[in-house]
Design a protein around this ligand. Structure first.
Ligand SMILES: Nc1nc2c(ncn2[C@@H]2O[C@H](COP(=O)(O)OP(=O)(O)OP(=O)(O)O)[C@@H](O)[C@H]2O)c(=O)[nH]1
Ligand SMILES: [Zn+2]
Length: 340
């Protein structure tokens, strides 16, 4: 791995002032390590010298850790002491269980991967974008299989309209050119993660980015499991080194994307709608039937697509329905900071 001359070995792994500031005076003897893979009963980490095991305290639950986490460990015993606060966290609420499944932590950029074919679905991309907005990661949509169609531009235009300022990269995941196209987000110490449906080219992209056969390829704890339908799918929760100096996490398991637990992520995605709201006659306008509604006026003039407004409404509704109302210590209801 070639890094910048100014980066310390830890910074090459994604360490920054954000994490350094959390290390207390009594903790300077501890060693920072980055979680590379999380299994049911064990966690593997890396430090500047490569893969390194972690001993877990008896009461530790590996489900509380995510690939990409930074932890402090005792360098002599390898015992994990504590996890540092996360810069970003990709997670989703699991079906039928009370809790969030942690997909990846401290990811700088989320590559939302789809291909220029039947997989392309703006409504699904919106769900991924909400997840990314909520996690605090920079979103980039990666449109693969551009080499198989003549009208990749049409897909790109449609995608760019989904969120203000959204970078959309069109590429062939099998080509080396993909490295160059994604380089702006894959610099030294940067962490990217990939999400998207099965078959869109996530593994292909990881291999291209890592440079297959390259000595820098660092695979840790990759596993393959059966999904609900009995198919083999990639379920690697692991960090791979990118040839240029960053890190990539292949994020499996985020297949059915329901929206829940979102506060501002929906507003960020639909900013062209939320920007209009203050212009409505009524402060609590629902943009459905009220007179003097600026949002309905935008639909009437053609500036806003009716189906986009419809999806905004449905996503808010879904989020409201799926976000549990937290119950406080004395059974008091805690009202979540949702705007709608
Ligand atoms: N022509 C072309 N083929 C591609 C491209 N990206 C991926 N493929 C092919 O599409 C197939 C599926 O790609 P994968 O990388 O396995 O897809 P995945 O997203 O990792 O799929 P899962 O592991 O099931 O989540 C493979 O045969 C790839 O070679 C591309 O940009 N162009
Ligand atoms: Zn309105």
């Amino acid at each position: 791995m070639t890094g910048s001359n100014h980066s310390s070995p830890l910074e090459l792994l994604g360490w920054s002032d954000f994490f350094a500031a959390q290390v207390g005076p009594s903790e300077t003897d501890l060693a920072p390590r980055r979680v590379a893979s999380v299994h049911r009963a064990r966690i593997e980490a890396i430090d500047a010298n490569g893969p390194i095991g972690l001993e877990l305290p008896v009461n530790a639950n590996t489900a509380d850790f995510a690939v990409g986490d930074w932890v402090l460990a005792d360098p002599l015993t390898a015992m994990l002491v504590r996890r540092l606060d996360r810069k970003t966290l990709l997670q989703r609420r699991t079906e039928g269980r009370n809790g969030q499944q942690l997909a990846a932590a401290n990811v700088d950029t989320l590559f939302i991967v789809t291909s220029c074919n039947a997989d392309f679905n703006p409504a699904r991309l919106e769900r991924y974008l909400i997840m990314s907005n909520q996690a605090g990661t920079t979103s980039v949509v990666v449109l693969t299989k551009a080499d198989t169609v003549a009208d990749a531009d049409t897909f790109q235009q449609q995608t760019m309209a989904l969120q203000r300022g959204l970078p959309v990269v069109v590429l062939n995941a099998r080509s080396e050119d993909a490295i160059l196209a994604l380089e702006p987000w894959c610099g030294v110490g940067q962490t990217v993660a990939l999400v998207g449906s099965s078959g869109v080219g996530k593994s292909t992209l990881v291999n291209t980015l890592a440079g297959s056969g390259s000595e820098t390829l660092q695979k840790t704890g990759e596993i393959r499991e059966h999904d609900a339908k009995g198919r083999h799918t990639t379920t690697a929760r692991s960090l791979h080194a990118i040839a240029g100096g960053g890190w990539v996490i292949d994020t499996p398991g985020i297949r059915t994307l329901y929206v829940s637990d979102v506060t501002d992520g929906i507003d960020t995605l639909f900013s062209e709608i939320t920007d209009l709201a203050p212009l409505c006659r009524f402060r609590d306008c629902t943009h459905a039937h009220e007179p003097g509604c600026a949002v309905q006026a935008a639909v009437a003039s053609g500036a806003l697509a009716a189906d986009r407004l419809e999806r905004w409404r449905n996503l808010l509704e879904e989020n409201r329905g799926r976000t549990p109302v937290l119950t406080g210590p004395r059974g008091n209801k805690i009202v979540r900071k949702n705007k709608y």
